[in-house]
Design a protein around this ligand. Structure first.
Ligand code: DAH
Length: 340
């Protein structure tokens, strides 16, 4: 058989196969066409291939090449048809009730808790004043919560009934008792123990006291502690920082008032009030860091001085938003929370 006849036969076969595969409307028709053209025993491609023995041996390489081309053309046509039927099947399986033009159900979006938002904002304001955030554990030892802060053994703040001491089981002998920290002042000690002066940090976080729950008391609340230690720091610096902080937070020029007070870890100590919307509002405590605290962490009180302050975050957040009952922060009632 001349080569040209063989080639013509293959071309015809390809044309017919392509037409057949394109015309298939379902899977069984496709299978019938596959067997007809690509069947391993009596498929027409196979039969044509067998006729290659009749081609002149000198022309066989060319014939083989053509055969391979046609074979992959037919194979590709089969696969295309198979995919076409596959996606048609998917479309058919779609829910006939489904109307993609209807408006969707908008999922309810949550947001950060007001206290978390306030912490972020306070961090931002104090960051602009050069204070970086320091962290400390909520489970503390007595050294960091009391001793290093110059709070003596007989001080009422150490009363076991005024603190959440942890059960002692499981601790190795020799360790002192542990408690949930009652103030963020613990972080002052932890920071000064691990770095030399100067220090300029804030610590924001939870503190715990076994208080009776009412509008203004909850056994867990949040404080922002501030600590600045350097050479030549005075109470004027403390007042400036607190005034700038309060003005940034409340948005208008706020006045700061110091009232004499006492804290074991500051000398002198003050209560800080801010004047806002014609009222004096208590912010927290502050003072110049007591030399005994500096000594406890190995600083030289002749070389450096500094100030510290501790403010209640619930109070700051509550004043800004008019929240008068601290319990609302913790009921987790979205009708309340979604307003902030
Ligand atoms: N730790 C005090 C408290 O929880 C608040 C406080 C007062 C912090 C004076 C200070 C400070 O850093 O200087 O009641």
């Amino acid at each position: 058989m001349p080569l040209s006849d063989f080639i013509t036969a293959l071309d015809e076969l390809a044309t017919q196969a392509l037409a057949a595969f394109q015309a298939t409307a379902d899977k069984s028709a496709l299978e019938t066409a596959r067997v007809e053209f690509l069947g391993a025993k009596n498929g027409r491609l196979k039969l044509t291939q067998q006729r290659m023995t009749a081609v002149d041996p000198a022309d066989r390489p060319a014939a083989g090449q053509k055969l391979n081309q046609v074979k992959s053309t037919i194979q590709a046509a089969f696969e295309a048809a198979s995919q076409r039927l596959e996606s048609a099947a998917l479309v058919q399986h779609r829910d006939p009730q489904f109307d993609p033009t209807l408006p969707g159900i908008v999922p309810k979006r949550g947001h950060l808790h007001p206290i978390t938002q306030t912490i972020a904002e306070l961090t931002d304001i104090m960051g602009r004043l050069g204070f970086t955030v320091a962290d400390g554990p909520e489970i503390e030892d007595e050294w960091h919560n009391f001793d290093a802060l110059n709070i003596p053994l007989d001080h009422p703040a150490r009363d076991p009934l005024d603190n959440f001491y942890l059960a002692t089981a499981g601790r190795t002998a020799g360790d002192g008792p542990l408690l949930l920290r009652s103030q963020t002042s613990t972080v002052q000690i932890r920071v000064m123990e691990r770095q030399p002066p100067p220090v300029r940090i804030i610590a924001l976080g939870r503190v715990y006291r076994p208080d009776q729950v009412d509008e203004t008391h909850y056994p867990m609340f949040h404080q922002m502690e501030g600590l600045l230690i350097d050479q030549g720091i005075t109470m004027a610096d403390l007042k400036s920082v607190l005034r700038l902080f309060a003005s940034s937070y409340l948005g208008t020029a706020v006045h700061i008032r110091f009232r004499p007070s006492f804290f074991p870890f500051t000398e002198p100590s003050v209560e800080v009030d801010m004047h806002w919307q014609d009222r004096w509002i208590e912010m927290g405590g502050a003072g110049m860091v007591d030399p005994r605290v500096l000594e406890a962490v190995g600083y030289d009180p002749e070389q450096v001085t500094g100030f510290a302050f501790g403010l209640g975050i619930e109070r700051l957040c509550g004043r800004r938003h008019g929240i008068t009952d601290i319990r609302n922060f913790h009921y987790n009632d979205v009708r309340f929370l979604h307003q902030f």
